[in-house]
Design a protein around this ligand. Structure first.
Ligand code: KIV
Length: 286
């Protein structure tokens, strides 16, 4: 089925969508999908080319994740990523995307200082980068920032469980929420952030039964990454599922392609052709 087929204007009187056959996935649409038991398909992207492929393949939500610090910039953590980096990559992704919701990840220190600063930075991601929503990591401690942004009309997705910006506090990337105290805290944080106005919750690397409990107890969609099948949707880092990120094989990644090997093979053949004077041939020359 064409993934665009079920997107219809909200109202015949909506002059902004009336003439367009396509419209962006909205927060309301995602909440409806949860209500109707329709799974939400999410992936990360960092440029226009991949953004376009994902969009045309029917992905509902494209996250410009601060994982770009690892997979694009080559850092060990997401900590060095700046707001300017996210603005740059979100603009690029947005140029390739027509239907999916594009969410910009707020990098470390862009929302923790104060709700006012979070609001100003999130505003830049919508105004300058063209994001439809932002994502922040953390529980109760980000609730005031989430309220400030949502009250001003900025949709906010929150991220609980393993939150990579807290790696220096956690000390490792192990599964979170495995003991009763932490599991209770994650459940409580989900409720607090729903109350604060968040429209969706990413649950990263927590036990499936805890993710199922959170999913059943909030009205907003949960998006899992290493959090089991009961979440309302799933997300992976696109370079992981495409097999481009080598040396990173956590159990929650299903690799759908081996792009590293395919690109390696294509580039090797290209080099061989140049060295053997097989490229370019007469048809490829003027
Ligand atoms: O930065 C990122 O890509 C993320 C997803 C893995 C959820 O936060």
């Amino acid at each position: 089925m064409n993934p665009h087929q079920d997107e219809r204007p909200d109202s015949e009187n909506d002059r902004h969508t009336h003439s367009s056959p396509l419209r962006r996935v909205t927060t309301r649409r995602l909440i409806e999908m949860k209500k109707n038991g329709k799974k939400i398909v999410c992936l990360t992207a960092y440029d226009a080319l991949i953004g376009r492929v994902l969009d045309e393949a029917g992905v509902d939500v494209i996250l410009v994740g601060d994982s770009l610090g690892n997979v694009v910039q080559g850092h060990d953590t997401t900590i060095p990523v700046t707001l300017e980096d996210i603005i740059y990559h979100t603009r690029a992704v947005n140029r390739g995307v027509k239907r999916a919701m594009v969410i910009a990840d707020m990098p470390f220190m862009s929302y923790q200082v104060s709700p006012e600063e979070a609001f100003r930075n999130a505003g830049r991601l919508l105004k300058e980068a063209g994001a439809s929503a932002v994502k922040v990591e953390g529980g109760e401690r980000v609730a005031d920032a989430v309220s400030r942004m949502t009250e001003a009309g900025i949709p906010v997705m929150v991220h609980l469980g393993l939150t990579p910006q807290s790696i220096h506090q956690f000390g490792s990337y192990r599964v979170r929420g495995t003991d009763d105290i932490e599991a209770e805290r994650i459940l409580r944080d989900a409720h607090i952030l729903e109350q604060a106005g968040a429209f969706a919750i990413v649950l990263e690397k927590i036990p499936s039964d805890l993710a199922a409990k959170v999913t059943a107890s909030v009205k907003i969609p949960t998006i899992g990454i290493g959090a089991g099948v009961e979440c309302d949707g799933q997300i992976l880092v696109c370079t992981d599922m495409l097999g481009l990120t080598v040396d990173f094989n956590p159990r929650f990644v299903r690799q759908y392609e081996n792009m590293y090997e395919r690109i390696h093979s294509a580039v090797t053949r290209y080099g061989d052709d140049i060295r053997s004077r097989n490229f370019p041939n007469i048809d490829e020359s003027y």
